[in-house]
Design a protein around this ligand. Structure first.
Ligand SMILES: NC(=O)c1ccc[n+]([C@@H]2O[C@H](COP(=O)([O-])OP(=O)(O)OC[C@H]3O[C@@H](n4cnc5c(N)ncnc54)[C@H](OP(=O)(O)O)[C@@H]3O)[C@@H](O)[C@H]2O)c1
Length: 147
């Protein structure tokens, strides 16, 4: 099964200013919907609490600190699923990732929640596709395979 991390990131690698920020700066919400529709979407409890609306057409799996990441993935019967943050959840699922879909935004936060909130092992990424979202602002989704 493909396990795809999907995130909107700043140019300095942050996904939020703090643990409870409602993300209103992401320019790829339409693409996020298109790509995740019909597939399980895994997210942490902080991210779930920050959602502004219900994500319809997708099974949302909210993870908590005592959940076993491998057991969650083993339960899924689908060709792919998405890991949709936040930083702590991305960190916990990092060993299982097959792909990363990262959308760059012209922002620098300087501090905040990093893409992976924890120490992970080095990942080698192979660029598979680039989707322009708002070209003139440098907002592109980079689709990588992780080995
Ligand atoms: N830019 C983007 O694409 C993007 C995407 C997603 C989210 N975000 C933002 O990221 C932020 C949330 O990220 P986050 O990293 O704070 O949260 P998160 O990953 O969404 O949720 C926190 C996770 O960590 C666990 N946890 C909390 N305290 C812990 C502890 N002391 N020890 C071990 N596990 C613990 C929680 O379990 P319990 O439920 O048991 O507490 C939960 O599973 C929000 O602002 C959200 O809007 C941005």
């Amino acid at each position: 099964m493909d396990v795809i991390l999907i995130a909107a990131i700043t140019m300095d690698g942050y996904i939020a200013r703090h643990h409870h920020e409602v993300i209103d700066w992401s320019e790829d919400l339409r693409l996020f919907k298109q790509q995740t529709l019909g597939y399980p979407v895994i997210m942490g409890s902080n991210t779930f609490d920050c959602l502004q609306k219900v994500l319809i057409g997708r099974e949302i799996i909210v993870v908590h600190r005592n959940d076993n990441t491998k057991a969650i993935l083993d339960e899924i019967k689908s060709e792919k699923c998405f890991i949709a943050g936040g930083g702590k959840t991305n960190f916990r699922f990092a060993p299982h990732l097959t792909h990363l879909y990262l959308t760059t935004h012209p922002l620098i936060f300087g501090k905040g929640i990093p893409l992976f909130d924890g120490k992970i092992k080095e990942l080698k990424l192979e660029l598979e596709n680039v989707k322009p979202i708002v070209k003139e602002k440098g907002v592109y989704q980079f689709q990588y395979r992780a080995d």
